[in-house]
Design a protein around this ligand. Structure first.
Ligand code: TYM
Length: 344
């Protein structure tokens, strides 16, 4: 959106969320967690395990709770530090649900009908999809704006949802004539990890819901499994090109080079300079090494955290208090702006 009325000049704050819907994979790690760890050094950061979003597809209650702890453990294992950033479960802070309702009355059906993620998840029979699934991006806007977050680190698949958050913020500010109230949250997408593709099909994103486990590297995979998955990754028969341009039209090669670059903290150009002209027989073992080296410490720490659910719960409880303390004054202002009844 270019034509915004927001003149927001409040402090910068980073917010992001990850759903507790099964194992995290390399895409989640590079598209989100690595950025969280970097941003906590420079910004006030609030990171949420968004269990209310997970409910938009049926969840078994015991599994939902365990998965929420798992994602919190993954944040911690990746290096998110609870002394530097707020880590909490979305359902522990009622402001998300409350602001979602207010935004439901601001957002337009047509905006939500255009959301590609809803179309994909609802499939052919959208009449039978839950209202929650349809409303998913409005709750996401509420997550971000309950903290007046200005920056949102996410993978590329979340771009459209972020645009909707900006539209909702803008519409609220206009409708209630409070041009400087909500910021226009900026997605932080760039970088080689923004769109990690399936190891079995370079045109599809790496995803928790892909039926083939060989399509993704899970944070729970051991070193041998990771190396085996890289070895079995789909490739084309050509050697790696001599220039980055030569990766165009070769989605699998481009993806593997991107994964190497993201984990080795270099550019695709650097990778091509080193491996251009070599076949995958030479490149894949080097990539497997970088993947194992990059993820093994995370996997180890992840398992240590998982073995101590009490410690995870303590982090989540302290985080929920800190998150509430940020969201509460925002919500009081919102209620006042809308004109909702207030006691006393
Ligand atoms: P979720 O749980 O599906 O994914 C968590 C994060 O991982 C990123 N991601 C990827 N990045 C690169 N390559 C991939 N293949 C890949 N797959 C997933 C996602 O972009 C995301 O950053 N709607 C969000 C959760 C959410 C949220 C929010 C995010 C709820 N409220 C508020 C930001 C702000 C989601 O589905 O994430």
């Amino acid at each position: 959106m270019t034509d915004t009325t927001s003149t927001y000049s409040g402090p910068e704050l980073v917010f992001s969320g990850v759903q507790p819907t099964g194992n995290l994979h390399l895409g989640n790690y590079l598209g989100a967690l690595v950025k969280f760890v970097r941003l906590q050094e420079t910004h006030n950061c609030v990171f949420s395990v968004v269990d209310l979003h997970a409910m938009t597809i049926p969840q078994e209650p015991g599994a939902l709770k365990a998965n929420t702890r798992q994602i919190a453990a993954a944040f911690l294992a990746a290096g998110v530090d609870p002394d530097k950033a707020v880590i909490f479960a979305q359902s522990a802070v009622p402001a998300h649900v409350e602001l979602c309702w207010y935004f439901n009355c601001v957002a337009r059906m047509g905006w939500l009908e255009r959301m590609t993620q809803f179309k994909e998840k609802a499939g052919k029979d959208k009449e039978r999809a839950s209202v929650g699934l349809f409303d998913y991006p409005v709750l996401q806007a509420a997550d971000i704006l309950a903290y007046k977050a200005t920056h949102v680190p996410v993978g590329e698949d979340q771009k459209q949802h972020l645009e909707l958050s900006r539209d909702i913020a803008d519409r609220f500010n206009r409708e209630y004539d409070v041009p400087d109230f909500f910021p226009q949250p900026e997605p932080l997408i760039q970088g080689p990890g923004a769109r990690i593709m399936s190891l079995k099909d370079g045109t599809k994103k790496m995803s928790k819901s892909d039926p083939s486990d060989l399509s993704r590297i899970n944070l729970t995979d051991d070193a041998d499994t990771m190396a085996r998955k890289i070895k079995k990754a789909k490739t084309d028969p050509e050697p790696l090109p001599d220039t980055v341009d030569g990766l165009k039209g070769r989605p699998e090669a481009e993806n593997l080079v991107g994964i190497y670059a993201a984990l080795a903290n270099c550019t695709s150009e650097d990778v091509i300079n080193q491996f251009g002209g070599q076949g995958f027989g030479a490149f894949k073992p080097a990539l497997a090494e970088v993947v194992v080296e990059g993820l093994s410490p995370v996997t180890k720490s992840f398992n240590e955290w998982l073995a101590d659910p009490t410690a995870i719960d303590a982090v989540l409880a302290a985080g929920a208090e800190k998150a509430s303390a940020i969201a509460q004054p925002v919500m009081e202002e919102v209620r006042d702006i809308i004109g909702l009844w207030k006691k006393g």
